[in-house]
Design a protein around this ligand. Structure first.
Ligand code: SAM
Ligand code: SF4
Length: 334
């Protein structure tokens, strides 16, 4: 699938729930909590149908996200079904990690069960190594659980484990080195992510925003000049660098400051209530649930809908221009 601007679409990011066991300020502020009615959330069968149709059109990579995807009931069953879809070659999950160490009915960790169900890459969010700051930022005292989750993922032997840290000036600015060290010691791929205006809270202020370039400079001051590694690509928009001396690779995701951010975009997003969204940073989204729940609509109709949305994919996001925060990340699926 190719859009009007030459983006090749091969990646579908699927949110399976708007619910979460944490309350990150930049994603799900307390004042913003109103859950979708369950009947409005796509069933697993509906989600799998969209993915199956997408696979027929060229989608080969799927990342499951939320909310916190591991809070949805029978999620392991869903992953097993996903694995069986032909042409889906790469399955990933984005998680806060707090439920990865939890034991399943079979007595193995959830991380191990995900690995057994064909998940190749796990992205785990961790913005701080300070338990008190973690509790403040996420609204939950789950720091130890997140670390246990990271350990469980390492034990499960995934192909790749990435740590995503959202940059915030007054929150983790002083911890960047510690996060780099943490990732190096555990052989994890760390990426620093710029705060994006996908919320409605006071957290998204100019004052809190820490540009990726500045974070890189802060790190280079201590660790020496980084070497750009443009050949490293992880199916996403991160720019990767090698740290001198250690050979460690780290990434920066500068959605706000990198003017070339959208050039290699290969993604569509499906929200848990069935909106197909051509771009995270644009308010356009198209209601696929209506098509899925209309019994007269065939898979060909679903495919046509899919292609129409690809056709509407913008050249680039609108975060820097007229974007007004209006939809929480937890509702869109990060
Ligand atoms: N619950 C999972 C997690 O936390 O990884 C998956 C969903 S979460 C919405 C996906 C990613 O979006 C996380 O890495 C989170 O840090 C990021 N995120 C949420 N709100 C954000 C914001 N306003 N700016 C930048 N990243 C954000
Ligand atoms: Fe939950 Fe992830 Fe959003 Fe935090 S970033 S509130 S863990 S969905």
């Amino acid at each position: 699938m190719e859009d009007r601007f030459g983006h090749h679409i091969s990646y579908l990011r699927v949110s399976i729930t708007d619910r979460c066991n944490e309350r990150c300020q930049y994603c799900m502020p307390y004042e913003e909590q109103d859950w979708l009615d369950r009947s409005n959330v796509l069933s697993y069968e509906e989600l799998l149908r969209v993915i199956r149709v997408g696979a027929g059109l060229g989608v080969s990579k799927v990342r499951i996200t939320g909310g916190e995807p591991l809070t949805r009931r029978n999620v392991l069953w869903f992953f097993e079904q996903l694995q069986a879809i032909e042409k889906i070659e790469d399955i990933g999950i984005s998680t806060n990690g707090t439920l990865l160490a939890r034991a399943t009915e079979d007595g193995i960790t959830t991380a191990q069960a995900l690995k057994n169900a064909g998940v190749r890459t796990v992205n785990i969010s961790l913005d701080t190594l300070d338990p008190a700051e973690y509790a403040k930022a996420t609204g939950r005292d789950y720091f130890d659980r997140a670390i246990e989750g990271i350990d469980a993922a390492r034990e499960a032997g995934f192909e790749k484990i990435k740590i995503n840290s959202v940059l915030m000036r007054h929150r983790n600015e002083h911890e960047l080195w510690d996060l780099v060290e943490f990732a190096r010691e555990r052989d994890l791929l760390l990426r620093f992510i710029e705060l994006m205006p996908v919320s409605t809270t006071e957290v998204l202020t100019e004052e809190n925003f820490l540009p990726a370039g500045e974070a890189k400079k802060l790190l280079e001051f201590r660790l020496g000049k980084f070497e750009a590694r443009p050949n490293i690509r992880t199916n996403g928009p991160a720019s990767y660098y090698e740290i001198p001396g250690t050979g460690q690779i780290i990434g920066f995701i500068g959605a706000m400051t990198n003017l070339h951010f959208c050039e290699t975009c290969n993604k569509l997003r499906l929200t848990c209530e069935g909106k197909l969204r051509p771009c995270l940073g644009s308010h356009h989204e198209f209601d696929m649930r209506e098509v899925l729940r209309d019994t007269s609509m065939t898979d060909e109709d679903v495919a046509k809908f899919f292609l129409d949305v690809v056709d509407r994919k913008p050249e680039q996001h609108e975060f820097r221009e007229n974007y007004q925060p209006g939809r929480r990340m937890v509702a869109i699926g990060g």
